[in-house]
Ligand binder design. Structure first.
Ligand code: ACO
Length: 322
C-alpha cells in the first residue's frame, strides 16, 4: 500500500502586511528584510480567523479538490503550534466544522516540521490498514505568538493553512508508485533555548511570545536540512538530479538556496513562496505545494521532496510521488 495525495487546498487570510507597513511601526526596512530573508509580505489573520478557521477552509478546499466529502475521511491530523485553545485540539474543531462525528482527529506539535511529522503519522496509520483516508493539515496563526516590538522576530512570520488528502491505495512497492515513498523524522531537545515560546499553561499560565536566537538557528539549519534530505535519498536510491520539485519549509530564502545547492538540486526545481507568505511554520509546505500545483508546476507523477526544520529542534523530510 501507498498513501497517495488525492487532494490539496490552501487558505490565506485576506489581510496582507508588507515590509513597508512594518517599517511604519518598527525600526526596520523593506531592504533589510528582503536582503536577509527574501520576505516581501505576509498574510495576517483577523480577529475572527483563529487557526481552526483557516485550517477548516484549507480542509474544505482539499476535499473539494479530491472530489470527496467528509463522510469518506476517517482520520484528521493537524500540525500546529498555535492552537485556538490549549484544548480541545484544532483537529477536533475542524472535524466538527466538517460535520463529522466518526473517525479520529488529533493534533501533532513539531513546530515548523509539524506538517512533515503529520504526513509521517498519517502514512503509518494508512499503511497499517487501520484507516483509509486522512486529511493532513498544517494551520498556524504565528502572528498571535509574536512580540510585535521585537524586530528580530516579528518581521519573519505570517499566518495561513494548507491541507492534503492522503488515501491508501495498492501499489507495486517501487519508487515508480504514486504516494509517500519515505518519511524521515529527527529531533534533538538540547536546542530548546535557540527557538522557543516563553510561556505555557504549566509554567507561566500565559501563551507567551516567540523567542529566537536567529543566527544560531541559521547556523544549524542547512546541516539539518542536508542530513534529513540525504536520509530520504538513501532510503529510496533517489538523487537530487532525479527530483522534479524541492518544496522546503519557507523560513528564509538564504537557507533554502544554500540547502538546494549543497544537495545538488537545480535552483529552477526549488519552490519558493517565503517572499509572499513569510514563515507560516507548519502551514508553509502545504501552502507552497498549493502554489506550485495551481500555477502548473507540480503535476501528477512528479517526484516531490519536502523538508522542514524548526523548534525543538525538529527536522524532517518526505519524498512523495505526486
Ligand atoms: N530590521 C533591521 N535590522 C534588524 C532587524 C530588522 N527586522 N532584525 C535584526 N536587525 C539587526 C540586529 O539588531 C543586528 O544589528 P547590530 O549588528 O547592530 O546588533 C543586525 O540586524 C544583524 O542581526 P542578526 O540577527 O545577526 O542578523 P542575521 O543576518 O543573522 O539575520 C535572521 C537575522 C534573518 C533572523 C537570520 O538569522 C535567520 O534567518 N535565522 C534563521 C531563522 C529561522 O529560519 N527561523 C525559523 C525556524 S522555523 C521555526 O520553527 C519557527
Amino acid at each position: 500500500m501507498r498513501s497517495v495525495v488525492t487532494g490539496l487546498g490552501a487558505c490565506l487570510p485576506k489581510r496582507i502586511v508588507s515590509n513597508d507597513d512594518l517599517a511604519k511601526m518598527l525600526d526596520t526596512s523593506d531592504e533589510w528584510i528582503i536582503q536577509r530573508t527574501g520576505i516581501r509580505q505576509r498574510h495576517i489573520a483577523g480577529e475572527h480567523e483563529p487557526t481552526s478557521v483557516l485550517g477548516l477552509r484549507a480542509a474544505e478546499a482539499a476535499l473539494a479538490d479530491a472530489g470527496l466529502t467528509s463522510a469518506e475521511i476517517d482520520l484528521i491530523i493537524v500540525a500546529t503550534a498555535t492552537p485556538d485553545y490549549t484544548f480541545p485540539s484544532v483537529a477536533t474543531q475542524i472535524q466538527a466544522g466538517l460535520g463529522m462525528t466518526h473517525g479520529a482527529a488529533f493534533d501533532v506539535q513539531a513546530v515548523c516540521s509539524g506538517f512533515v511529522f503529520a504526513i509521517a503519522t498519517a502514512d503509518k496509520f494508512l499503511l497499517s490498514g487501520s484507516h483509509k483516508r486522512a486529511l493532513v493539515i498544517g494551520a498556524e496563526t504565528f502572528s498571535k505568538l509574536l512580540d510585535w516590538t521585537d524586530r528580530s522576530t516579528c518581521v519573519l512570520f505570517g499566518d495561513g493553512a494548507g491541507a492534503i488528502v492522503l488515501e491508501a491505495r495498492e501499489a507495486t512497492g517501487t519508487v515508480a508508485d504514486r504516494g509517500v515513498l519515505t518519511t524521515q523524522l529527527r529531533s534533538d531537545g538540547r536546542h530548546r533555548e535557540k527557538l522557543y515560546v516563553d510561556g505555557g499553561p504549566s509554567t507561566t499560565q500565559t501563551t507567551g511570545h516567540l523567542r529566537m536566537a536567529g543566527r544560531e538557528v541559521f547556523r544549524h539549519a542547512v546541516g539539518m536540512v542536508n542530513d534529513i534530505v540525504n536520509a530520504s535519498f538513501s532510503a529510496t536510491g533517489i538523487t537530487g538530479a532525479d527530483l522534479d520539485w524541492f518544496v522546503p519549509h519557507q523560513a528564509n530564502r538564504r537557507i533554502i538556496e544554500a540547502s538546494a545547492d549543497k544537495l545538488g538540486i537545480a535552483r529552477e526545481k526549488v519552490v519558493i513562496t517565503v517572499d509572499l507568505h513569510g514563515n507560516t511554520s507548519a502551514a508553509s509546505i502545504p501552502l507552497a505545494l498549493a502554489t506550485a500545483r495551481d500555477d502548473g508546476r507540480i503535476k501528477q507523477g512528479d517526484l516531490v521532496m519536502i523538508e522542514a526544520m524548526g523548534g525543538g529542534f525538529t527536522w524532517a523530510s518526505a519524498l512523495i510521488r505526486w
